[in-house]
Design a protein around this ligand. Structure first.
Ligand code: TLP
Length: 454
């Protein structure tokens, strides 16, 4: 019997009552320990399409649970999420007949991972596409799958050309290094990803000077702030070359910047002879939230990076889109950074599936994020503003005097929910492919229990 990974749920062939005797036995054990057992019926099992499991959940006061941990373990129980769970299973042989129970060690444990939408695993269609990908040497421009993906991306974004890079970080860096020379200055938000989380790459590798202006809570930079930060021609000053925006804005709660705002900043950039780069790691989320096309959202940007590996669920890859001459130069910059890849069609194949099949499902992630935020409002000890949740990112706060977020995240993880601590009392949860409304409900009850326990 093989082990399974998340997202690889097999279809059960065997549908029937499993191990009634064992279930009754477990009920007896539980009541002997002062608790009760609820059977949750059959679910998909870990046996690659040939198995079924019944799930028993045990409810007991936490103290009793702790005292009874050994007894439970001895009786074959495991902890799934926050609940003691015992999976009673049956394997089916090829004819679908029951072939015997699972051993008690073959249980399947699910952790709800909301740390980021980067944790998604590729869809079955992606794995299939990777397997069948036509390949060539992309540094010679001969990988047909990469060429196809780059062409698709350029068309979708209404730009002349596109370039596949390994990550969003590399996409932003390649773009900034291609727009700017040493000693040039870029204007960017003080909460943007390129400034906070890209290891100062533009400064470290390109000698490029960052000039931050305050990000507003809606992810924008005030146009007058940008204008005031543009340098005049003076021998003392660095030369302003580039304005960078981010859509959706990660640290501003996944806020979506509108096409109208993009046009305002684009006009300013053109008027002052500057370029505009957009970090559109989650641009498709913005498009879905606003009911706009990615073309509309990026037409004012000279270059845009977007990621295949966030909620679009591809395992690796981002694209930079822009004018043909810019992308030709960006290709050279990518090579300088060691980012020229050979049979990169392996990556691009999943990217093609991401673009064709994964965009339309993003509304589900937004709905789940909203469900989470609305649920958090009802959790004692937590605070959130659901009105600020426009896409798939939820920031919320612990109502504590002393810093607690790291410990809270640790405790929640022990109960089966992974979230990120991003400040003394601030946490982040991100919804994505593979997370269901039921998972959100389970996450909410783990959050409530963790609050109560701390
Ligand atoms: N963001 C990651 C972490 O680095 C914080 C996350 O979990 O959200 N731009 C934006 C707006 C991003 O959020 C990220 C990733 C990137 C760029 C970088 O993408 P990668 O991780 O592919 O280099």
């Amino acid at each position: 019997m093989g082990r399974t990974t998340h997202g690889e749920r097999g279809r059960s062939l065997y549908r029937g009552r499993v191990n009634l005797a064992m279930e009754l036995y477990d009920k007896k054990v539980a009541s002997g320990l002062g608790g009760s057992v609820k059977a949750e019926g059959l679910g998909d099992g870990p046996g690659r399409g040939k198995s079924a499991i019944a799930k028993l959940r045990l409810t007991m006061p936490p103290t009793t649970l702790c005292d009874s941990a050994f007894a439970l373990w001895g009786a074959g129980w495991a902890i799934d999420g926050r609940m003691p769970v015992r999976y009673l299973g049956a394997r089916a042989d090829d004819s679908g007949r029951q072939a015997g129970p699972f051993s008690s060690r073959e249980y399947w444990m699910k952790t709800i991972d909301l740390r980021s939408d980067t944790v998604t695993l590729p869809s079955p269609q992606m794995r299939e596409a990777i397997y069948h990908a036509e390949l060539g040497d992309d540094v010679f421009g001969e990988d047909p799958t990469v060429n196809r993906l780059e062409q698709m991306a350029a068309e979708r974004f209404g730009k002349e050309a596109a370039l596949l890079v390994v990550s969003g970080t590399m996409g932003n860096l390649v773009s900034i290094l291609t727009h700017c020379g040493r000693g040039d200055e870029i204007i960017l938000g003080d909460l943007c990803h390129s400034f906070l989380y890209e290891a100062g790459g533009a400064a470290a590798l390109g000698g490029i000077h960052p000039r931050t202006v305050p990000n507003q809570p809606d992810g924008t930079l005030r146009v007058q702030d940008i204008e005031a930060a543009i340098r005049s021609d003076n021998v003392h000053f660095p030369r302003t070359r580039l304005i960078c925006l981010e859509n959706t804005h990660n640290r501003c709660g996944g806020a979506a910047l509108t096409p109208e705002y993009m046009t305002q900043v684009g006009s300013l950039a053109r008027r002052r002879g500057l370029a505009l780069h957009l970090d559109g790691a989650r641009i498709f989320h913005a498009a879905v939230a606003l009911g706009a096309s990615v073309r509309e959202l990026t037409r004012d940007a000279d270059s845009v990076t977007f990621c295949l590996s966030k909620s679009l669920a591809a395992p690796v890859g981002s694209l930079v889109c822009g004018p043909r001459s810019f992308i030709a130069e960006a290709r050279r910059t990518r090579k300088v950074l060691g980012g020229g890849m050979r049979q990169a069609g392996i990556i691009a194949a999943a990217g093609v599936v991401a673009l064709t099949e994964m965009v339309d499902r993003l509304q589900e992630d937004h709905d789940n994020a909203r469900r989470l935020a609305v649920g958090i409002v009802g959790v004692d000890g937590l605070s959130v503003d659901p009105a600020r949740v426009q896409t798939n990112i939820v920031y919320f706060d612990l109502l504590r005097d002393k810093p607690h977020a790291e410990e809270f995240a640790r405790q929640a993880a022990r109960h089966g929910l992974k979230i990120l601590s991003v400040g003394p009392n601030r946490l982040r949860a991100v919804t994505h492919y593979g997370i269901t409304a039921d998972d959100i409900d389970q996450a909410l009850s783990i959050l409530a229990d963790t609050c109560q326990a701390m």
